[in-house]
Design a protein around this ligand. Sequence first.
Ligand SMILES: Nc1ncnc2c1ncn2[C@@H]1O[C@H](COP(=O)(O)OP(=O)(O)OP(=O)(O)O)[C@@H](O)[C@H]1O
Ligand SMILES: [Mg+2]
Length: 475
Amino acid sequence: MGPAMIRFGSFRLDTANQCLWRGEARVALTPKAFGVLRYLVEHPGRLVTHSELLEALWPATYIEPGVLRKYILEIRRVLGDRLDTPVFIETLPKRGYQFVASVIDESAGMLSAAGTKRIVGREPALVELGGYLSKARRNERQVVFITGEAGIGKTALADEFQRRARVDAPDVRIARGQCVEGYGGTEAYYAVLEALGQLCRGSEGESVVQTLAAQAPTWLVQFPALVKREQREMLQREILGATRERMLREIGEALETITSEKPLLLVLEDLHWAHASTIDLISALARRRASGKLMLMGTYRPVDATLAEHPLEAVKQDLLVHQLCHEIALHPLEESEVAEYLAIEAEAGAVPEGLAGLIYRHTEGNPLFMVAVLEHMQTRGLIAVAQRRLSGVPRRNGLGRLRVCARALSRSLLSANCPGTQSADAQANGAVGRGTRGRSRRGSNCDGSPLRRGRRLATCHQVLAACGRDRRAAV
Ligand SMILES: Nc1ncnc2c1ncn2[C@@H]1O[C@H](COP(=O)(O)OP(=O)(O)OP(=O)(O)O)[C@@H](O)[C@H]1O
Ligand SMILES: [Mg+2]
């Protein structure tokens, strides 16, 4: 892989300048730790053994494998990652590490192998999204929300849609901003600035910067690296005392110019953590009368937004009523879709009879837990794998042990105690019920409210992490 800008979560790995960025800020990392991170990011979604890492980074030199531990610790610290619940780097005891987050090679504009995992059950949603993109390319601005509980597959759907858009509609520029818990919530327009920064650094960045200079100086000054010192001082004088309304107006006009010829797909992830200013902007863009080749696609968890009394839910409802936005509410997978997923994982191998039903029942069709339970079964040796692919169950294990394993796991998952949910349940039911049309249509065997289910899912995260702990080394 040549020089590249590789994005994961809210970070960008800049291989040309050998550094790591978070938004506009450079993150301090020692050269050796950078080398380790780079190797893992460039080989995502698979085990990288200690010896492979040592061989790649220190060829012809004997280095104690224990040294890697020090660099991994440093990397985890700067990424804010945790050993017990890894978001980026998972430790596979005595073997090595695996980069588990999706990565996007921004310079090549392609999703990597880890980001192109096959998803099931989302074809209608992908077709619907494709229809909105076609409209946006015909100059009809589109605002779409992808909603659903934690782990339901909002990001996976957004990734797959972007991947298809890159192939089917290469004229579409794509920019993505990630809202971050407790961080994006305190910095105005955090995710939008991140996406705009990508556009400014992209292949046609020059013209985007010029448009911002002419129409949105209050935005351009947010990117000090992109403007010369004299211009920066001039801009700063010009925007003295600028109001929030002015920023909104400016970016609305600038985006209109930016999308007047070439379409733009703007993806804003996890809006339940967005600063209120970002929601104002979405609302203003949806209400603008002028045309534009813009599709804004936002993902969020309605339950989290409702519980936090976030302005997003009310804004979305209002936009829906006025037919100014669309919502794709994701539902748990059906049993047949779980079976389809297993068949894909098995490739040519046989899927043991009853496994799909077992996993479906114990995960309630939540894709995150489907994937996690499957992985748990693999690490317990209950499912045979070859090259990370499910290839059947050794006969002597049979479904009996699988059942015991799944039952034990799901008992701890589903019996999670949810203190104090009673009154909040009613609140969440009312608001969430509107935003997740037809959820009851699906055959979830969970009898709780969306809130209770959400809490259980959160507890599931913890239980699954605990299940995995015994197989992780002490790094
Ligand atoms: N339709 C699907 N088919 C197969 N796997 C899926 C599907 N949807 C999601 N997954 C897998 O489930 C896991 C969780 O999905 P994802 O991260 O997209 O959920 P999310 O809704 O974005 O969660 P969060 O609210 O935490 O951001 C990922 O490993 C993803 O690959
Ligand atoms: Mg997500």
